[in-house]
Design a protein around this ligand. Structure first.
Ligand code: OGA
Ligand code: NI
Length: 334
């Protein structure tokens, strides 16, 4: 039987609980889609790819990849499975989360900056090493594990490939970045249509606490990147992944690459479902500028900090307060 119970987002106007401050809300000024954020074809000649990726990572902290080798059906199925999951009644999702130990955040439970709630539902769980993590994944929808396993195997491969190209472009030894990317956290978000997108946010402005993040943004716009004091809309490119540089890679590159400041806005028409995979170090890994990049005229700009210390020092608010999970779920927000 279909479930007709109303959900938090079935409203005619935005409730006070979801209205952001004037400073944070998108407002009514339109944000144009930026056509110059590079789209890197992973079938290009290697030097060409490396050059494009480094340039994009310096300028925007963000680029898209196409021709990445993942079949379209794997991405489409993964997004479909999350759409199904988010359409389950909230209590059912929460029950499932409590039993299996993954984190589920309904929109009313975020407690972000200024107390306003994000316009999204979100689930989060570790996904590497796969065998260990899978035991804690959702059992419902019933094909969840099978579909997401396929997706994650491919994402692992893609992330190592991208990290290798970045290592090369920075002049780091082979495997340098791959070696410290031992944790992967999957987070899927559902941003329902919103009666007034000028007042709300799907995600507040932030930089991911990752090395890199690989995002499948489905077929709806919403992601924006902050550059030179302005917001730019990230284009929706069918079948592409958005790669953004996280704070840990900004540190390792000694500021040569920039962590992308980004946010998510909502829209009135369609639900937007995305899958972000954060490629992270283990909590005790000390992250610092790579030694080979440092010279007298280019001294270290960042102090060495374990990933754990970094996250704890930067977790005043925002969507990444549980970036540290590595196989063990620390807490369920409810
Ligand atoms: C995030 C994020 C972007 C999106 O979860 O950190 O930036 O489009 N998500 O869902
Ligand atoms: Ni993010």
């Amino acid at each position: 039987m279909e479930n007709h119970r109303s959900r938090w987002f079935d409203v005619q106007s935005v409730p006070k609980s979801h209205i952001f401050s004037h400073e944070d809300r998108p407002g009514k000024e339109p944000v144009p889609v930026c056509r110059t954020i590079p789209i890197v074809d992973l079938g290009l000649q290697r030097l060409e790819m490396v050059r494009k990726i480094i340039e994009a990572s310096r300028e925007f902290g963000l680029f898209q990849v196409i021709n990445h080798g993942m079949e379209e059906s794997v991405i489409v199925e993964a997004i479909r499975v999350f759409k199904e999951l988010f359409s389950m009644p909230a209590e059912e999702i929460l029950k499932e989360a409590n039993e299996s130990g993954w984190v589920y955040m309904g929109s009313t439970s975020h407690g972000t900056k200024g107390g306003a709630n994000l316009w999204r539902d979100n689930i989060k769980h570790p996904c590497h090493p796969l065998e260990e993590c899978m035991k804690h994944w959702p059992r419902n929808p019933t094909r969840y594990r099978e579909v997401i396993e396929r997706y994650i195997v491919e994402i692992r491969r893609l992330s190592l490939r991208v990290l290798e190209l970045i290592s090369e472009g920075l002049g780091l030894e082979e495997g340098y970045l791959g070696g410290i990317s031992q944790v992967q956290i999957l987070t899927a978000s559902n941003y329902p249509p919103c009666p007034d997108p000028s007042l709300t946010l799907g995600v507040l402005k932030h930089v991911d606490h990752s090395l890199i993040t690989i995002l499948a943004q489905g077929n709806a716009r919403g992601l924006q990147v902050f550059k030179d004091g302005k917001w730019l809309g990230v284009e929706v490119v069918p079948n592409a992944f958005v790669v953004n540089i996280g704070s840990q890679l900004e540190i390792i590159s000694n500021g040569k690459l920039r962590g992308a400041e980004h946010r998510v806005v909502t829209n009135q028409e369609v639900a937007r479902t995305t899958i972000a995979t954060f490629i992270n170090p283990v909590p005790d890994c000390i992250i610092q500028p790579a030694e080979v990049l440092l010279t007298n005229s280019n001294p270290a700009l960042y102090p060495p900090l374990s990933f754990r210390e970094f996250v704890n020092a930067n977790k005043a608010f925002g969507p990444h307060t549980d970036a540290l999970q590595n196989g063990v779920i620390s807490k369920i927000s409810s």
